[in-house]
Design a protein around this ligand. Structure first.
Ligand code: TMP
Length: 202
């Protein structure tokens, strides 16, 4: 099964991926863990180009295509081979991030982003997507502002959130919204329950 995690910045997504991983390792359930953009040599090089705060001249279409290129490599080099071996794959961000960030927040449009990503994902959509449902303005962590995406305005990050909410409605139940609790262990239990219900984990 292919499981992805989505959410705005500062909502504790990486922490939750780590807690889920700890649970799966504790209970002897194997999985392959990756993050986007990155997790292959080429995809990590692309990540550096995207995140570099000096790349202020980057056009929206370049940015969208770099995320898609990083994804194309990850799907072919890691995700698809692992799924073909029957393994569970857990990916921190995937195409829904492009739809929310580039499609909605950058205003490029959902259809255009899906078109750009079609050859990258080659039909591979997640079986289940956990969305940490917290508006960035309501999250209790502040951003480090260390990379190009984090330096975007509060408005930009609120549009990302609205984009995710719109996508949930058309995802036929694939995207499961989970309300983060102040207690990260409670949040993790909610995620594990949702993953069990979908048959992704035990
Ligand atoms: P991270 O903070 O979860 O490591 O994600 C990297 C940044 O890249 C984050 O600001 C979200 C952004 N992003 C996009 O804008 N589009 C995408 O397709 C992906 C995967 C990430």
């Amino acid at each position: 099964m292919f499981v992805t995690f989505e959410g705005c910045e500062g909502v504790g997504k990486s922490t939750q991926v780590r807690l889920v991983r700890e649970y799966l390792e504790r209970t002897g359930q194997a999985a392959v863990y990756v993050r986007e953009p990155g997790s292959t040599k080429i995809s990590e090089q692309i990540r550096d180009v995207i995140a570099n705060p000096e790349n202020t001249e980057m056009s929206d279409i370049t940015e969208a295509m770099l995320f898609a290129a990083s994804r194309a490599q990850l799907v072919r080099e890691v995700i698809r081979p692992a799924l073909e071996r029957g393994e569970l794959v857990i990916c921190d961000r995937y195409i829904d991030s492009s739809v929310a960030y580039q499609g909605y927040a950058r205003g490029m449009g959902v259809e255009k982003i899906k078109q750009i990503n079609a050859p990258a994902i080659d039909g591979l959509l997640p079986d289940v997507t956990i969305f940490l449902d917290l508006r960035p303005s309501e999250s209790w962590r502040t951003l480090k502002n260390s990379d190009r995406m984090e330096q975007e305005s509060a408005d930009f990050h609120d549009r990302v959130y609205e984009g995710y909410i719109a996508e949930i409605a058309t995802s036929n139940g694939r995207i499961v919204p989970i309300k983060p609790d102040f207690d990260k262990k409670v949040t993790c239990e909610r995620i594990l329950e949702a993953l069990r219900e979908k048959g992704a984990i035990k």
